[in-house]
Write a protein that binds this ligand. Structure first.
Ligand SMILES: [Zn+2]
Length: 191
């Protein structure tokens, strides 16, 4: 984002005004990495309230505003875990990163075109870049897009599970929950 900024010495107040972002990029962010960073940046500044005083560095992870490595380490560890305020069936059948991805899908935290647009990020198009038939939201990207359907078909074939297809992240989570509980009871006998 810093590389794309047109005026490197601009003030925060030049870019944030009444909760709105006034970006001034040398070129519109378009790559996946740029959009991901822009998404994080927009999310990060959404809660900012500007006050009439000089800019200064404050670490909001600690109560005294100072930066401590151990506090940051604790935060990183915590963020890598599932948030506590929302429960989701933890499925031991799949890797942790997949559980995290499923959690993000269920609570619509994936940086889809729909999510980015909703956060005020300007995209060339909000349509799914693969089929260009519908807006790319989580449900479309993971379940409804013809490409996604094809991937599910292959996965079902590899896992010997016929007709493996979900309509939503919610449905997928329920399915994984059932698989997990069946496994726990040792009643699951895959063909
Ligand atoms: Zn699509």
């Amino acid at each position: 984002m810093y590389k794309l900024e047109r005026h490197k010495h601009c003030k925060i107040s030049d870019r944030l005004n009444d909760g709105r972002c006034n970006w001034n990029w040398k070129e519109i962010p378009t790559t996946t990495e740029q959009l991901r960073e822009l998404h994080m940046l927009t999310n990060g500044v959404n809660t900012f309230q500007l006050v009439a005083q000089s800019d200064r560095w404050v670490c909001n992870l600690s109560s005294d505003g100072l930066f401590y490595v151990n506090v940051l380490r604790t935060q990183i560890d915590w963020r890598n875990m599932m948030p506590r305020e929302v429960s989701i069936k933890w499925t031991h059948e799949v890797p942790v990163k997949i559980n995290c991805f499923i959690w993000r899908a269920k609570f619509d935290r994936l940086p889809t075109a729909h999510a980015l647009t909703r956060r005020g990020i300007q995209l060339m198009s909000a349509l799914c870049p693969y089929c260009e038939l519908e807006e790319q939201d989580t449900t479309h990207a993971l379940f409804q897009c013809p490409l996604a359907s094809k991937v599910w078909e292959y996965v079902g074939h590899w896992c010997n599970i016929p007709h493996l297809h979900f309509q939503s992240a919610e449905e997928m989570v329920k399915y994984l929950g059932v698989i997990g509980s069946l496994k726990n009871k040792e009643q699951h006998h895959p063909d």
